[in-house]
Unconditional design. Sequence first.
Length: 528
Amino acid sequence: MNRAERRWLLVFTLIVFLVTLIPYGLGFANQDENRVFTGFFIGVEDGNSYLAKMMRGWMGDWLFRSPYSSADQAGLPALLPYVWLGKLTTPTNQHTQFLILFQALRLVGIGIAVWGTYRFASVFFKELYLRHWVVGLSLLGGGLGWLLALIGQGDLLGSLPLDYISPEAFGFLSVYSLPHLAAARGLLLFGLAAYLRTPQESGSLDRDGLRAGLGWLALSLLQPLTVVVGGLVVALHLCVTGVLAWRGVEGFGWPRWRGALRCALWLGLPPLPVMLWTVLAFARDPYAQAWTAQNILTTPHPLHYLLGFAILLPFVALGLRPLWSADRWRAALVFGWLAVVPLLIYIPIPVQRRLAEGVFAVLAVAALAAFQARPSWKPALLSPAFLTTLFLLLGGTFTTSGPSGTPVFRSAAEVRAFEAFRDFIPPDSVVLASYDTSNALPAWLPVRVVTGHGPESLGGREFRNVAERLMLGRMDPDDIEPFLIEQHIDYIFWKPLATPTGAWDPADASYLQSVATSGKYVLYAVNP
């Protein structure tokens, strides 16, 4: 990679980061005395949970322990960048520090995604403009999901358009708000690029393989399931090419196969200890098992994938033959990956959608091969793929520049209460609040809650309903104290809702003591 290529990667990364930073900047600019920007406008619930993980890191954790449950947790090797970044913060204006670190991580994630995708594209194309298009489509491309929304079919077959819910199938959602997934894709593609290189191209298969393996070691700490996807792709390719080499098919020889196997070993060995640790940790930790069962990412109807990939698919069909003619060995990986994805995404596991990771980059390579074979064709024909990104950018801009309320913005009075109560709540205390408040609370205070995040809060909707009934004063008073004791709750963050006359009032409960007040918000301690 020469200086001009590195300059392009840097400039493209900065442009993507700065353009996607606009909605965030508008959110901060539109704060006022009545509302505070949470720092997120898409996937706000998950965004708050990332900041809460940073808070746990500041509290001393090195492994992931969810603050959205009072259950005992051994700690898991998951989502570790967020946990570790929290150690760089101090209590003063800590929430703002978290948001700055999140944006820094987003910049790094975009950079890794751009770099890894470019390395992958360079294996297939010598033409720089084709590499650039692969990177652009992989990070910013989409399908026809916007059209479904436009014609009033936004819930077609029981699912939102794939472009708006699947960061695995498309790159932009990761670029926009999920930096760990953006970085994970870049590391995945970087490893596969090293695997596909010949000894003549790499100079040293062992050196390149080790570098890629260290990249996959980092990947195992970011998103372990992506290592599984990469491993399946490599294993499938080795099996297919081994059979073809055994049968003497042109383009498939044993020397190249043995070199690929050696590189595959370099790829797989560094992340192996972390992957084994992850499997054992999830198998032994009851909390991890419950979290996994609640983390449902079901694959939608196949029609959504056809619509999501519709812009690229005609060109993919035209590009497969020239891709095969150019280099059968590398084309076999593309063919195998595209063939197995429809099977992977319907494997009966809770996180089905995650197994589509990286597929859009492969589709982009196959589509651009059609243009390589037909030099008179212009890749601008693929420009409609960027409409989804345009609409998501406009949607984010309108959301943060308009009169949005919760969850994008929070009441300034509530945030003042968060800050005021921090001095009264010992770190790691368990606080009961409404679901909405519980989602934000651990991002501002070093506490745990029993609800607030769909997958991470054990008890799911049951605990959410209990919290809402309590806040509305509709819970049977005789059931409240046993529930508080059972869930090890130390404090109640009382935010009066529309309570009916004669409803339960915490001020009348003998087992509760008011310890702090901020406006209409009251902090009650649960007496032992």
